[in-house]
Design a protein around this ligand. Structure first.
Ligand code: HEC
Ligand code: HEC
Ligand code: HEC
Ligand code: HEC
Length: 459
């Protein structure tokens, strides 16, 4: 098990409590990774955003190594973390190297001036050359993006596999010369699995796609079926029509020759090292691991304790407010006007929407979390204007006029509407998919869901 990196946090902490929360979360993460048997985790640029001190603290707690071949100490020019690891797996010696992208140098110059990120090609090349002497398989964990990975594969021969972190690029696997390149969608939606079937050693191993063999095997099967059919036909009409029989016998001879050829080609694969790639979507149907589930439960209980006091302070008014009160709370000139301001002109839409699940979406979260604070991870989809207005952390922080999944999440911010030139965006499937993801809304079906949002659909 390996991870291409950027597993920690991107945001600085605004308080000691938040820092504590982050460390608690990281502890769960580290223990879960241990439980899953991670061999190494690459350091991504974003793992450095909270500072080297923090990362160092995290790395010390981990029982598996964080690696990076191109993050160095500016003064002594040595790597800060281990540049690579090696491990024996089923009689194969595997070397794993980590590498990150250079853009972070800009950030480091200000915040951690004694750190530097070297050019990936320059940094990785000597390690590959060194490892090539002893390792059968060399894997690079990279945060260079697709272009960077391509460049690395071309300029540094001898890398067998590059496991790339994703920046919203589509799921991909490709092969550049001898190097296999993989990347998956971000945020843990998929597990990538690579099986190697090795019949001989060699550096490099010269891996061939298993599918090529499969394709030929399938061809043989189809031909054999045809063959059997012809044989049956011959059996059925013996003696009746000799000339037809001759044609059939000739056909059989051709098929036989073809099968023999193909089988020979299949046999050639027995001499080759094969690989087989699988992308496994982490669907709801996949059962949670009981040990890790327990860790997460424990974390949530601790988190509730941590925020017990803070939440009482942040709690908003208990009584429902009148329309006038909510309207008065809307900031002048803001991009979002709130569903309540649409009400006076679009009463029908407003009333219909009010009866939908969307109107209740923020309440759902506070109910789901009666005994523990909701994480910001939920509020992204269960509120309006998340990110544009603010990155809410608690239900209490969500402005009253933006609770629920409102009109403006679908139609876009209402500022300036109605008026000359202000046009709402077209609501498309893509809009729904922002929130109705495979994980969160496995039953999502566009047409039937559209009928239940309260608005009139034109066609
Ligand atoms: C002052 C009255 C008024 C308010 C307030 C108002 N609208 Fe409208 N809305 C209109 C009028 C008039 C039209 C039709 C003319 C137009 O498209 O500008 C319209 C049209 C629309 C349309 C249809 C556009 C189309 O392409 O057919 C949508 C969607 C819409 N409004 C959404 C909203 C939302 C969301 C809000 C609240 C943020 C809102 N409106 C607030 C008056 C209003
Ligand atoms: C900002 C995020 C977001 C967007 C965008 C969004 N939804 Fe939703 N939707 C939700 C959430 C969250 C819920 C669950 C609300 C609850 O139960 O509290 C939901 C629930 C629903 C439900 C009710 C499902 C049920 O189980 O009864 C329907 C239907 C629905 N959405 C349709 C749509 C359609 C169609 C679109 C696109 C036109 C869309 N939604 C866009 C977040 C969103
Ligand atoms: C990526 C967007 C997204 C995120 C993040 C998200 N939700 Fe939802 N949630 C939805 C959508 C969409 C639905 C409606 C699903 C449907 O019925 O098809 C929903 C439905 C729900 C429901 C009601 C349906 C049910 O299963 O009973 C609950 C409760 C819920 N979410 C809780 C949460 C909590 C708690 C979190 C944070 C841990 C969270 N959600 C994070 C989008 C999201
Ligand atoms: C889940 C997404 C979603 C939400 C939330 C939503 N709408 Fe719509 N709305 C749509 C879609 C989709 C259409 C149909 C557009 C089409 O047919 O091209 C639509 C159509 C409309 C129209 C034009 C057709 C009609 O029904 O008269 C108006 C006006 C409108 N919406 C206003 C609103 C207002 C006001 C709210 C909030 C109270 C709201 N919408 C909430 C998705 C949404």
């Amino acid at each position: 098990m390996v991870d291409a990196g950027n597993v920690l946090f991107r945001k600085r902490f605004t308080s000691q409590t938040r820092r504590k929360e982050a460390l608690m979360k990281i502890d769960v993460l580290l223990r879960a990774y241990e439980e899953m048997g991670y061999a190494a985790v690459n350091i991504g640029e974003k793992d450095l955003i909270l500072g080297l001190g923090f990362l160092d603290e995290v790395a010390k707690r981990a029982k598996f190594p964080f690696i990076s071949a191109n993050l160095i100490d500016r003064k002594n020019r040595k790597t800060i973390f281990r540049p690579f690891i090696t491990e024996d797996i089923a009689g194969i010696k595997v070397g794993v190297i980590g590498v990150m992208s250079r853009w972070v140098n800009e950030v480091l110059k200000e915040k951690e001036p004694y750190l530097e990120v070297l050019d990936p090609v320059v940094a990785v090349k000597p390690y590959v050359e060194e490892l090539r002497k002893s390792c059968d398989l060399i894997i690079v964990l990279s945060q260079l993006g697709e272009r960077g990975d391509r460049e690395l594969a071309l300029k540094v021969p001898g890398i067998d596999i590059i496991v790339g972190g994703s920046r919203g690029e589509r799921i991909r696997y490709s092969k550049i010369r001898e190097t296999l390149m993989y990347r998956l969608d971000p945020r843990g939606g998929y597990l990538g699995k690579l099986d190697l079937f090795l019949v001989r050693k060699g550096k490099p191993l010269h891996l061939t796609d298993y599918k090529q063999r499969d394709r030929i095997v399938k061809k043989v099967e189809t031909i054999q079926k045809r063959w059997m059919k012809i044989e049956r036909e011959i059996e059925l009409d013996t003696g009746k029509s000799p000339s037809k029989r001759d044609v059939r016998m000739k056909g059989l001879a051709i098929l036989e020759r073809r099968v023999r050829e193909l089988k020979k080609r299949v046999a050639e694969f027995d001499q080759r090292n094969l690989y087989k790639n699988e992308v496994i979507p982490i669907k709801l149907a996949i059962r949670d691991d009981p040990v890790i589930g327990e860790m997460i439960e424990g974390y949530e209980i601790e988190l509730a304790k941590l925020y017990g006091i803070e939440r009482a302070v942040e709690r908003g008014p208990e009584k429902p407010l009148s329309d006038a009160q909510i309207l008065a709370s809307i900031p002048q000139g803001g991009a979002y006007r709130g569903a309540i301001s649409c009400k006076k002109c679009h009463r029908r839409n407003f009333n219909a929407w009010s009866a939908t699940e969307h109107a209740k979406a923020t309440r759902t979260i506070s109910e789901a979390f009666k005994q523990r604070p909701p994480s910001e991870d939920c509020l992204i989809c269960h509120t309006t204007g998340y990110g544009d207005i603010k990155e809410y952390r608690f239900v209490e922080e969500v402005p009253l006029y933006l609770r629920g999944v409102q009109c403006e999440t679908c139609h876009g911010p209402g500022k300036g509407h109605p008026g000359f030139g202000t046009k709402f965006r077209r609501v498309t499937l893509g809009v729904c998919r922002n929130c109705h993801t495979k994980d969160q809304s496995p039953a999502f079906h566009y047409k039937s869901y559209l009928l239940r949002i309260g608005c009139t659909i034109r066609k």
